[in-house]
Design a protein around this ligand. Structure first.
Ligand code: GDP
Length: 484
């Protein structure tokens, strides 16, 4: 029944003006139905963000694929030469690695595009075309298959046209007081912002380099990181970022809800599961178990860590020892637990625990896990669709327990506007449950795992987690940066 909302307040289908109105509802049901499933309506976008998004949509339509402007820009790229004040500039985001990484990368590229008035085009490989609806009305954000830089998806740290290598090889320099004539600039630069990037690549996060890059018509960006906290460190972007996001802990929240709408197939997975297993519960607790170390795929110590976390933090009721029976209290709360994991082991243990034993409070606890795919797989549509549906289902939970370091969990917490409890990453040799088992995160923002540790002005090392009050080190990845 489409009119039945699972929310507390009337659904707000445009999410406070974040979403553009008038897009076809049937071809992408999730876009306007999502608010019907969210108990927590999330944060409100600032008026400036709303205005900026509508303007950016106009830019995407004017300069996107199948326009004269796009065709001219492609000619320019083919010629290899830069052009003075081009009518449209572009950033192409390469999609690779896990789905969480791909989502964080596209969100980061989008914010960069918005800040620099560039059109965002997303590499359609790795199912980016099949998992998400088009975010911009009247155009496509997918890079056309006939894009002339044929080998762009193989660009790496060694690519000669990378910004870092062009600096290293003195093809470019951001140090000159006057910008070089545009004719001397290349038609495109590859931005290698990957976890393995070099010092020169990281100069991307400096003001002088941004000034130089602003004259390059085509940028191709590869990242598997949430680079947004790094953009907050670029002085030239700060005023605009402050206006767009007065609540700095909700940047990914807004970007994600604006950009990523599950396609109808994935939305079916989300909504059928939600209605069947989660909607009727009074409390939904999501537990995301990501075992980076295969040795921890079935570890009693990790199981202890999880139960210690949820019991100590009173997220779930404890179970009574042996054969005791709590008298069922009329009206006792009914809690549903959603576990996501590649393996079924933790789910089976936790479900068994709540079946074998009564809860101390008389509450009923049901435990569910949508899938157990065994291992991470690449380039498989069904696998990615399930991962996407599970991230989304986690985001519909009222309480979240996530695994530190995991971008999968970051996406869920950002969508849901939930500040999670985070399970500490387990050390290699685990002989007991990590203690403390988890911590409450300071914000719902994802962590930027590999930031620049450099003072661009003084040209020396700098702890970038100590520069701005709202850009701090992460608790899960201690050298990482996050917005708070
Ligand atoms: P990260 O590696 O934890 O940072 O998260 P990513 O999403 O980038 O990559 C992990 C990938 O493994 C996912 O995209 C899925 O393909 C798969 N995966 C990991 N955990 C789960 C899970 O709980 N459920 C499902 N369906 N897939 C998962």
């Amino acid at each position: 029944d489409r009119s039945f909302p699972y929310t507390r307040s009337p659904p707000d289908k445009l999410l406070g003006g974040l979403l553009p109105d008038g897009l076809d509802e049937r071809s992408c049901r999730s876009r306007y139905e999502s608010s019907m499933y969210r108990r927590n309506p999330g944060r409100r976008p600032s008026p400036h963000l709303i205005t900026k998004l509508r303007k950016h949509e106009e830019l995407q339509r004017r300069c996107g694929p199948n326009t004269d402007a796009y065709n001219r820009a492609i000619q320019q790229l083919r010629s290899g030469k830069s052009v003075g004040s081009p009518e449209c500039k572009y950033v192409v985001s390469i999609s690779y690695r896990g789905l969480g990484n791909r989502i964080l990368a596209a969100a980061s590229a989008f914010l960069y595009a918005v800040l620099t008035d560039r059109v965002l085009l997303v590499d359609p490989s790795n199912e980016m075309d099949g998992l998400f609806c088009e975010p911009f009305p009247g155009t496509t954000w997918l890079l056309p298959r006939d894009f002339p830089l044929a080998s762009y998806t193989n660009f790496s740290i060694d690519t000669a046209e990378s910004y870092g290598n062009m600096l290293k090889n003195k093809v470019l320099s951001a140090d000159v007081p006057v910008a070089p004539p545009t004719a001397e600039l290349p038609a495109f630069a590859y931005l290698h912002l990957d976890h393995d990037y070099a010092h020169e690549d990281k100069m991307f996060f400096c003001d002088d380099d941004q000034r130089l890059l602003s004259n390059v018509q085509w940028l191709v960006m590869r990242t598997d990181l949430y680079t947004v906290p790094g953009l907050f460190l670029v002085t030239a972007f700060q005023e605009e970022l402050d206006a767009l996001f007065p609540e700095r802990d909700a940047v990914f929240h807004h970007l994600a809800r604006y950009l990523f709408h599950p396609t109808n197939h994935v939305w079916g997975l989300v909504t059928r599961y939600y209605r069947a297993y989660l909607a009727r519960a009074e409390l939904r607790v999501g537990i995301q178990v990501r075992n980076f170390n295969p040795r921890h795929a079935q570890s009693p110590h990790v199981l202890r860590q999880i139960t210690n976390c949820v019991w100590r933090e009173k997220l779930l009721p404890e179970v009574l020892a042996t054969e005791e029976h709590a008298v069922p209290t009329p009206g006792a709360k009914f809690t549903a637990v959603l576990i996501t994991s590649l393996r079924p082991w933790y789910y089976e243990r936790i479900k068994g625990m709540y079946w074998d034993h009564a809860t101390a409070t008389g509450e009923d606890v049901s435990v569910h896990q949508p899938s157990h795919e065994g291992q991470q797989q690449f380039g498989k549509k069904w696998h990615d669709g399930r991962a996407w549906a599970e991230m989304y289902l986690l985001s519909l939970c009222d309480v979240l327990v996530t695994s530190g370091w995991s971008t999968f969990g970051y996406v869920a917490q950002g969508f849901g506007a939930v500040r999670p409890w985070v399970l500490h990453k387990q050390p290699e040799n685990l002989t007991s449950a990590p203690d403390p088992p988890c911590f409450r995160d300071v914000s719902m923002e994802p962590c930027f795992h590999a930031p620049h540790v450099y003072d661009c002005k003084r040209k020396r090392g700098l702890d970038t987690g100590e520069v701005l009050p709202h850009v701090r080190h992460c608790q899960d990845v201690s050298w990482g940066l996050k917005l708070v």
